[in-house]
Design a protein around this ligand. Structure first.
Ligand code: TMP
Length: 216
């Protein structure tokens, strides 16, 4: 099973991914990975895109860099893991390009979808958990986490204007409405444990459906 975790800044994707990965790894072999990242190229692209010292980048350039990293991730890591029978849990994937470069920065949908098609080679998640959160709350959490050193620090995307983050959230909501079979929305403006329990229930019930389908 290929599961992605999506959502705006500060929605808890990384910690929830870690928590879910820990529970699931007791039952099935799990690969926990992220985008941009998951390969050497992906981590370098991450540094270029997120670091304040990096060059100014047009949104289409960002899309192409993220897509190059995704193409490598799919071919070097995701497909081989799935072929070995491992379940994959990925923090951010193609929906982030739809939400950030598409919704946030207004890159045309046809351009976004063409880049996604090339990069993913048709590899789509079976399930996407969308952690929905008001960006005002999320950015406040991110700012606090940065000062506490609990996560990676404040980055170039975090620093974008509030209206950008609001457009990202609206794009995620549209995606969730457009793909109800794949994208499940979880309200992330609640205590960690409540969100964790919901995510676990959604993933376990999806596994049950797959197992039942396979048995019939
Ligand atoms: P994060 O891993 O801390 O969430 O940071 C990654 C940033 O990269 C986040 O602000 C969203 C951004 N991003 C895109 O804009 N498009 C993408 O396709 C991906 C994967 C990430």
């Amino acid at each position: 099973m290929f599961v992605t975790l999506e959502g705006p800044e500060g929605s808890g994707k990384t910690s929830q991914g870690d928590a879910l990965g820990t529970v699931l790894s007791a039952y099935v072999p799990i690969l926990l990975t992220r985008e941009p990242g998951g390969t050497e190229l992906g981590e370098r692209v991450r540094d270029i895109l997120l670091g304040f010292g990096g060059p100014a980048l047009d949104p289409v350039t960002q899309l192409l860099l993220l897509s190059a990293a995704r193409a490598q991730h799919v071919r070097e890591v995701l497909r081989p893991a799935i072929a070995e029978g491992r379940s994959v849990l990925c923090v951010r994937y193609a929906d982030s390009s739809r939400a950030y470069q598409g919704g946030g920065d207004g890159v045309a949908e046809a351009v976004i979808e063409a880049a996604i098609a090339i990069a993913t080679d048709g590899l789509e998640p079976d399930l996407t958990i969308y952690l929905d959160l008001d960006p005002v709350v999320g950015l406040r959490r991110r700012a606090m986490a940065g000062t506490e050193g609990a996560q990676e620090g404040w980055n170039r995307f975090d620093a974008r204007e509030l209206a950008f983050h609001q457009r990202v959230r609206e794009a995620y909501k549209r995606l969730a409405r457009a793909c109800p079979g794949r994208v499940v929305t979880v309200d992330a403006d609640r205590p960690f444990e409540a969100v964790r329990a919901d995510i676990l229930e959604i993933v376990l019930s999806r596994i049950a459906v797959i197992v039942r389908g396979g048995a019939s």
